[in-house]
Design a protein around this ligand. Structure first.
Ligand code: SF4
Length: 365
């Protein structure tokens, strides 16, 4: 089950300068971390913490929160105290909110230094970030490029995005600050890919990947997988967010599946399920969905299969650590690594599978 080497075997990951977001290293060869963002009102401390925990349980390594005003900033200290994962404060324009977020113990701030006014303000934010060793994420979006850059290129372009990033980076480097990570996002996949590639040629700062306004669960997942997949397959990307117009817990779930399918992340359960065909005599799709959900919290690596027939199931899913294959007449098979271990009543198979998968995952934790 561990024999695949993943996409890194084909194209090595780009060497980047590591930064630390709380206990999570980003870049410098660290595993690619998964990010997501809360949708709650940040002033609702209990609600925000509940959502942060749900996102962490779904696989988020780092969670970002909007900090739009002083009230939101005032809630951060308590949120930091209760969070199970490092947090990023998302700040636009107001350097006082950045200072408040740093003061509250946030583990990273997202802020474009060229947008907060005078050099003096940048200096103050950098000083506070440096004291706490907190990185700054520069976030460039194609839709909000500086007017002069758009005017120069005629419209938003990949080159313009990199130019914008370079400008913001310069503000921090002028202050001697290099705890930086950068995102270059567009809703256009080609532009996102091109911008990240151009950036990667010029800078060694770690990259946070994402496609903006990717869409609802299905279209957003596919679009993100296409765009981020191209970059990841070229060794680019140190952390990522799959942005979805859906329940936020879907974001880390999709991101994890993406990373696992490229062999860039290990741990947790991976489900193989056959598409079913005329050989299948049970309604298997809801079973596969339930199994995936029931195993969603496992930390140890385990590959699980739910297959629609006894004839081909165990063989087709021989790479799975444990699987079930449904047969006719209300019976089916439990198999491990392609070998049949037990014939059971069909209604008992799901529980037997979950139990065995949990045991294996816990052994490997
Ligand atoms: Fe069809 Fe069986 Fe293959 Fe599933 S495992 S697709 S039911 S042949």
């Amino acid at each position: 089950a561990y024999d695949h080497q993943g996409i890194s075997a084909i194209s090595p990951r780009r060497k980047t300068r590591p930064v630390r977001v709380g206990g999570v290293q980003v870049g410098g060869g660290a595993p690619i971390s998964v990010q997501s963002m809360t949708t709650t009102d940040t002033t609702d401390v209990a609600g925000t913490l509940a959502q942060i925990r749900a996102l962490a349980d779904a696989g988020a390594d780092i969670v970002r929160l909007a900090v739009p005003d002083r009230d939101a900033a005032a809630a951060l200290r308590e949120i930091v105290r209760g969070t199970p994962v490092p947090l990023v404060a998302d700040i636009h324009f107001d350097y006082r909110l950045a200072l408040a977020a740093l003061e509250a113990g946030m583990h990273c701030i997202r802020l474009n230094p060229g947008n907060i006014g005078s050099r003096e303000r940048v200096r103050e934010v950098v000083k506070a970030a440096r004291e706490r060793q907190v990185p700054i994420r520069i976030g460039v979006n194609a839709g909000s490029l500086e007017d002069d850059i758009v005017a120069k290129h005629g419209w938003p372009t990949a080159e313009g995005m990199v130019e914008s990033a370079a400008r913001h980076i310069q503000f921090l480097e002028d202050e001697g600050y290099r705890e930086i990570k950068v995102s270059l996002k567009a809703h256009d996949i080609a532009m996102t890919v091109q911008a990240n590639r151009l950036f990667a040629e010029r800078f060694e700062y770690p990259l946070h990947l994402g496609i903006t306004e990717a869409g609802t669960l299905l279209s957003g997942a596919v679009k993100s997988a296409a765009g981020l997949g191209i970059l990841l397959a070229g060794g680019i990307g140190d952390t990522l967010r799959v942005s979805l117009a859906a329940d936020p817990v879907e974001e880390p779930r999709v991101a994890r599946v993406l990373l696992k399918s490229l062999g860039l992340k290990f741990g947790g359960a991976s489900l193989t399920a056959c598409p079913t065909c005329g050989r299948c005599s049970v309604g298997m799709i809801p079973i596969a969905e339930r199994v995936e959900q029931r195993l969603g919290q496992l930390k140890g690596e385990v590959n699980v299969a739910v297959m629609g027939c006894e004839v081909n199931g165990p063989g087709e899913a021989s790479a799975a650590d444990v699987g079930v294959a449904y047969g006719h007449n209300g019976v089916g098979l439990l198999f491990k690594a392609g070998k049949i271990v037990k014939r059971m009543k069909a209604e008992e198979l799901e529980d037997a599978l979950v139990e065995e998968a949990t045991r294996i995952a816990n052994e490997r934790k």
